[in-house]
Write a protein that binds this ligand. Structure first.
Ligand SMILES: Cc1ncc(COP(=O)(O)O)c(C=O)c1O
Length: 473
């Protein structure tokens, strides 16, 4: 039912069938009338009672609408003299018309979207322990609300930093004290903090080729000169790095499982890289994005575990092991740099949301994190094997221990164009060429994420992929 209040200047229409509360409908009507000049400064509004009777609503509903407009400085209440439109006409800013493109066009398919089959980088949505997490988080919200309100530690909650330090000792072989750990909002934030703290702007940086395109873009945006360094079956080619940019101030690497090839950096390559950093006073950012989430065998220890000269900044993230929605990660600062990292965090980049940190601290302390990782390894292994079986060996390029399976496409194919078509068909294979910095070297191919391949969807996803490849051949 629509109720109408009309005078010669304006009208208010209330529609009870709309899901919008009546108070809000009255507020919106009055606000528009004031902004559009239909109600002039100084004009008197009907009394609550009068308006309520004419609209057939409760007096309190009108009162609440008037109070809201008073809070917005659009009307002034003068007690018995009633409510009047405020004296100064509000300025309505004109909105800019220029289109603003969202970030990472051509790299990310969008943000906050449900993952599609083959999409990489998102953990299994169906296996996130949602009930347990919400119970722990609710408890953390309560604890946090009762805690004394002082500025939180900008490096992160002490309890969480202590938990992460013990996790790293057990799972990644890193010996560090909690004060070396700085909480971040994820890997990218850790990279930013490292570049800023180590004052690397303007320097050259070795970046694995192929390698994570967002890190490449980030390094460039931070004013660094990116030098792509090829990767082979032992990891980054340190000899090529030295030949291409001997004066680089930083190397960004994924030693655990090279992204995207999945190769684990060999012991000799690790030594070469650490020796180079020591010799040249250069830094290494270790992107440990998968932590110990390696599907076959035990994950190799972190590079930071072997760093006796304090040149490695170990950067971890909970995006792939738990959920990107947590927006939590951490870095381990070399001991001699820990104070400086702490100062930079305090002045420029304090740790994110303390309540989520507190919840994560309990999740780790109660053993849920290690259990979850064990569970995920088994699940991802099962999903990867099912994918292999469904796809057949003819398409699969090589076996890797990571969470994505690489497939090669025929020469001359545009993997980017095919990936675009695939999105239209509801699957999201990742075009490999986007990860190659020297595009001439790039073989067209796809990376197929296994994490979200549920049983009921697998056959159809593989069928669609085969059809697309056959039609494009
Ligand atoms: C190679 C690599 N490193 C790190 C990350 C994680 O980034 P963040 O923690 O900022 O979500 C990703 C995510 O896709 C990645 O592919």
């Amino acid at each position: 039912m629509t109720l109408q209040l009309t005078n010669d200047r304006f009208s208010i229409a209330i529609d009870r069938s709309k899901p919008v509360p009546i108070t809000e409908q009255i507020t919106t009507n009055l606000r528009s009338a004031i902004m559009d000049g239909l109600l002039e400064p100084g004009a008197r509004l009907p009394s609550w009672l009068d308006m309520a009777t004419r609209l057939g609503v409760a007096r309190g509903t009108v009162k609440a609408a008037y109070e809201r407009l008073t809070d917005e400085f659009l009307v002034v209440s003068a007690g018995a003299a009633g409510t009047r439109v405020a004296g100064r006409k509000p300025v309505t800013p004109t909105l800019p018309t220029r289109q603003i493109a969202r970030p990472l066009q051509g790299i990310e398919r969008g943000f906050s979207l449900a993952p599609l089959p083959f999409q990489i980088g998102v953990p299994a949505q169906d296996a996130f322990p949602a009930k347990l997490w919400s119970r722990i988080r609710t408890r953390a919200v309560r604890e946090d609300a009762m805690a004394p309100v002082g500025p939180p530690d900008p490096r992160g909650h002490p309890e969480l930093r202590a938990q992460i330090a013990s996790y790293l000792a057990i799972s990644r072989g890193i010996r560090c004290v909690p004060d070396q750990i700085i909480l971040t909002s994820g890997y990218k934030n850790g990279l930013f903090l490292a570049i800023t703290t180590l004052q690397l702007h303007g320097r050259s940086v070795w970046m694995e080729d192929p390698g994570y395109p967002i890190a490449k873009m980030g390094l460039e945006l931070a004013g660094m000169t990116v030098v792509p360094v090829p990767v082979d079956d032992q990891g980054i080619r340190v000899d090529r790095g030295i030949a291409l940019a001997p004066d680089a101030g930083l190397a960004v690497v994924t030693p655990g499982q090279q992204a995207p090839t999945g190769v684990t950096m060999s012991p000799s390559r690790r030594r070469e890289l650490l020796d180079w950093a020591k010799r040249e006073d250069a830094w290494i950012v270790e992107d440990d994005y998968l932590s110990e989430l390696q599907l076959t065998g035990r994950a190799a220890p972190a590079l930071a575990a072997e760093d006796t000269h304090g040149r490695v900044v170990h950067v971890g993230s909970f995006s792939k092991t738990l959920s990107p929605a947590l927006s939590l990660g951490f870095l381990v600062a070399p001991l001699a740099m820990a104070e400086r990292f702490g100062e930079v965090a305090a002045c420029l980049n304090p740790a994110p949301n303390p309540t989520t940190q507190l919840a994560l601290a309990s999740f780790l302390a109660d053993g849920h994190y290690l259990r979850h990782l064990r569970h995920m390894k088994a699940l991802y292994m099962e999903r990867r094997n099912a994918l292999r079986e469904c796809l057949g060996q003819d398409l699969i390029m090589q076996d890797v221990s990571g969470l994505a399976v690489p497939i090669r496409l025929p020469k001359g194919f545009s993997d980017v164009a095919l990936a675009q078509q695939a999105l239209g068909r509801g699957i999201a294979p990742l075009p490999m060429s986007v990860w190659h910095h020297n595009r001439e070297d790039a073989q067209p191919g796809f990376l197929l994420g296994v994490t979200n391949l549920r049983k009921g969807h697998l056959e159809q996803a593989c069928g669609t992929l085969r059809e697309l490849i056959a039609a494009g051949a």
